[in-house]
Design a protein around this ligand. Structure first.
Ligand code: 13P
Ligand code: SF4
Length: 338
């Protein structure tokens, strides 16, 4: 089944390679001309974050996409994020500057696999992380992001079985917080976050004993962070499991002078802007998502100039996934994450 299609930039299109003030001005002018709002995820390259109208986590950006008056949404992030915007705002033109920007986590379950899993658990409520394809969302009861996953699962009556997918580390986090044994978790992972391991975190925590630990729940080291807190190796108050937007809120609120950050390294740019007085250090400075980094200055300029790459979601699929995505944006703290 064709899930979604994109029209891509013509090969050999001229590249504009000057990500400086002139580039930023041109991007903004071209965006204004097509009545476009430019959204950027926290993992985007610094110049993309700086030129965007809004920077935030996946929940905040979905909410902005749903509410925006602009005719066009230029989504600087990965493909499932742009698809989610299209599902929420089907009448708008949604562009992603490079449609090849995928996600290893979203690829870890197909709609067919989900249908088979559902057949093994009739009556279970399907909770899908937003990092999924439109075809998987069409098989889902309610979506969540890392910033509201706990609240979303908590909204499911306790007597109902839950199928949570596709991220095993986020699922383990939710199960731990809610102490919910009847929650089945798909064994998917993001290759970037799974690569940030407990040993790296423990070494950094030992070298920086006064630092706060900000850990994204997709990380392989999330359990280790809680273990360190449990053994007293790091005071519990210093360990925070947070979405990328939650990290920004926490950076503004913490009194710590140093913070160890366990997530994709693009996050450091927005954290340093939010709290320039704090020293932020990546737990693993090689944790870079090559998909997120496909949204280059040239690609964004081409996108606002030529209207590439347009994201299409098959209308019947979008209609089936819309209720699940709408429930997602209604649950959790509004206004945070940006
Ligand atoms: P957030 O929901 O914290 O923005 O994380 C989404 C994500 O994993 C993108 O890679
Ligand atoms: Fe997907 Fe991981 Fe990249 Fe996020 S960091 S877009 S979860 S591959």
């Amino acid at each position: 089944m064709s899930v979604s299609t994109v029209s891509t930039a013509p090969a050999g299109a001229p590249e504009a390679a000057d990500p400086g003030p002139a580039w930023a001005e041109e991007v903004r002018a071209l965006a204004r001309r097509r009545d476009a709002v430019v959204l950027a995820h926290n993992y985007q390259l610094p110049e993309i974050q700086d030129v965007a109208d809004h920077v935030g986590d996946s929940l905040a950006l979905s909410r902005i996409a749903a509410e925006s008056d602009a005719e066009t949404i230029v989504f600087c992030g990965v493909h499932f994020m742009a698809e989610t915007a299209k599902i929420l705002a089907p009448q708008k033109t949604v562009l992603i500057p490079d449609a090849r920007a995928g996600c290893s986590l979203a690829d870890s379950i197909t709609a067919e696999q989900l249908r088979e899993w559902k057949a093994e658990h009739p009556g279970a409520v399907v909770v899908s992380y937003v990092n999924t394809t439109a075809a998987v969302k069409a098989e889902t009861d309610v979506c969540c992001t890392s910033s509201n996953a706990v609240e979303v699962v908590a909204s499911v009556p306790r007597e109902r079985e839950v199928l949570f997918l596709p991220d095993q580390f986020l699922g383990a986090h939710v199960r731990r917080v809610l102490d919910r044994a009847d929650m089945h978790v798909w064994a998917g992972e993001c290759h970037v976050h799974a690569g940030i391991n407990g040993r790296q975190l423990a070494d950094q925590a030992t070298a920086h004993p006064d630092a706060d630990l900000f850990v994204h729940p997709e990380c392989g080291c999330a359990t280790s962070a809680l273990y360190l807190a449990g053994t007293g190796a790091v005071p519990e108050s210093q360990v925070k499991i947070l979405s990328t937007g939650g990290m920004i809120d926490a950076a503004r609120a913490t009194g710590a002078k140093e913070v160890l950050v366990a997530t994709e390294v693009g996050m450091l740019h927005q954290l340093r802007r939010a709290a320039p007085e704090i020293e932020f250090r990546a737990v693993n400075d090689r944790a870079s998502c090559s998909y997120m980094k496909m949204i280059t200055a040239d690609a964004l300029l081409r996108s606002v100039r030529d209207g590439t790459d347009e994201v299409h979601v098959a209308p019947e699929l979008a209609a089936r996934g819309r209720a699940a995505v709408q429930r997602m944006i209604e649950i959790g703290n509004p206004g945070s994450g940006e």
